[in-house]
Design a protein around this ligand. Sequence first.
Ligand SMILES: Nc1ncnc2c1ncn2[C@@H]1O[C@H](COP(=O)(O)OP(=O)(O)O)[C@@H](O)[C@H]1O
Ligand SMILES: [Mg+2]
Length: 278
Amino acid sequence: MQTALRTSLPETELASPANFAPHARVVREERPIHTSGLPLSIRGLRKSFGDNEVLRGIDLHIPAGQFVAIVGKSGCGKSTLLRLIAGLDKIDAGSVSFGQDIQPEDIRVMFQEPRLLPWARVLANVEVGLGRDRASKDAHARAEKALTEVGLADKRDQWPSVLSGGQKQRVALGRALVSRPRVLAFDEPLGALDALTRISMQRLLERVWRDQGFTAILVTHDVAEAVALADRVLVIEEGRIAHDVVVNVARPRQRGSAELAGLEGSILSHLLSADDRT
Ligand SMILES: Nc1ncnc2c1ncn2[C@@H]1O[C@H](COP(=O)(O)OP(=O)(O)O)[C@@H](O)[C@H]1O
Ligand SMILES: [Mg+2]
């Protein structure tokens, strides 16, 4: 079972900060449950794949607990940036720092596909998110709490195959939340959902972010989603942050309001003018 779990969900996908302490077991069991986010500072970050220079110097500071959305045309390096932030890929130059040493449980990534283990029931799938804490006494209780947070407590004994697409993503969100991460990175997590499910998931993301206070980094191709959820929208172009737009709109936000539509329009025009130049 151990081996199978590893194959399907490598430890690396649960984030692997380089400064992870090798003898952290005792520390871990006494670790307080954090409810606050971590700040993030990125300096001169570069990443190439062969000749393809994808990130050409990203400089960015995200204050603790901020909700940041990242947009940009397909292939501009959004997923690459998230992977570098989460420690899933190697940095070529520059740095990513959180202002303190972090544990693997502090950062979680949620992807577009839920990546659930088909042979494990819903509750066990959520427990996977506990990483090294999966064997701890309170693993069940923590997973149940996370499932309740995503509104799926009644599905704990189901198999993933009987769930809808939206429910599977809720399980994936529960798995991401169960370790109480201090940074949560989302790579187009709602991209495969239908419009209504998408809106209800957006509300859920916003609610858990407000309840738990983690720092949220959301990659999305949907600019309306970015302005509805984020405090700030970054536009990536040619390997750099080309625009950094503050969304100074009070919450709860009204989707479709003139204020959000205006911001959405101006970000879209940045993206389209970049497209015209290529
Ligand atoms: N592991 C990899 N090996 C080679 N090229 C890659 C790899 N990952 C991403 N790329 C390339 O880097 C560029 C940026 O990819 P990505 O970050 O996935 O873009 P986005 O998420 O913005 O669509 C693309 O040209 C992609 O083909
Ligand atoms: Mg991507």
